[in-house]
Design a protein around this ligand. Sequence first.
Ligand code: SAH
Ligand code: SF4
Length: 358
Amino acid sequence: MNKMLKPSLMDFTSKELEALITPKFRVKQIFDWLYNSFVSEYKDMKNIPNSMKDELAKKYLVNPLKIAKREKSSDGTIKYLLELQDGKTIEAVWLKMKNELRDESKNIYQEAKYTICVSTQVGCKVGCTFCLTAKGGFTRDLTAGEIVAQVVTLKQDNDHKQSRKVNIVYMGMGEPLDNLTNLTQAIEIFKEVGGLNIGGKRQTVSTSGLSSKIDRLGKMDLGVHIAISLHAVDDKLRSELIPMNKAHNIQSIIDAVKRFPIDTRKRVMFEYLVIKGKNDDIKSAKKLVKLLTDIKAKVNLIYFNPYPGTDYDRPDHTDMLAFQEYLMKHGLLCTIRDSKGIDISAACGQLQEKSNTI
Ligand code: SAH
Ligand code: SF4
């Protein structure tokens, strides 16, 4: 852990807390305050003795994040700018995936479904040429507690009870596999039954393709899904878009995916960022089908979202549809990511960028 940062209670699994706090039942109570009541301050932990709270407060923060800014979109998406204890900022997004369903009397019979998109680093080392996060370079890894706290903060802000399920996607700022230790610690904390109780099946790690670390994550057998940010079908273009592709080329990624333990009912998601005139042609679609032949894959096409200063353009809608149709016709499941929150600041890194320029 970074020496300048004070640890937070959210950095630890319940087992680890039991080594720090006695008797055991206090850990259970504290877990309940953190992950059921979503308290942000020791003073709200009503059944914990003051002497214990004073001792803990000297060493640990409760929630290491503060909401610096919120942008709400008309489709229910809320983008958050969150401030860390050292003043740095990250983004997390609250995505409404399905509306609630009501009967004739307007009573809800099925709750709305939400996904939380979390960041894993301040900035990113990978340096993708299309990505706004990359422009600011790399500042630091997030701690496990800072990853966990994003979900706690967003659930709390939306009054989303512990018992209601959310999905987590590691698709905010940063490359999750570049911060593997803290990422896997956060995954374990999310999974705790006495805590947020978000199973591995509800967690998707998106990676730009560090193939050796895909293997390491797979070996840990945490039950999480992976999404691969593929974006190109030949190494020349992929290395232009994602410079570290030179070290981890397309074939090495495909091989690592084949070794990854995947729930037999599920598919591996391949994200394909479509950039006008670069990778939006049918020749690329054809190569993509070939590349993914032996994999139970699902492709998610993403419109490149332009920002001031970029050389790339958003693809035409008709080309997107033709690309999708080709994949579907050749047996590949394919969706086009609807641009949730397009009226706010859609792609990752863009809210922070905006706040820097205000
Ligand atoms: N580093 C990981 C996860 C975070 S990036 C990864 O690359 O997979 C999250 C997603 O945002 C990636 O799928 C990336 O392709 C997408 N993204 C980045 N810049 C974008 C842009 N300008 N328009 C649309 N999507 C973008
Ligand atoms: Fe990093 Fe992902 Fe952005 Fe690439 S797309 S620079 S890996 S955050």
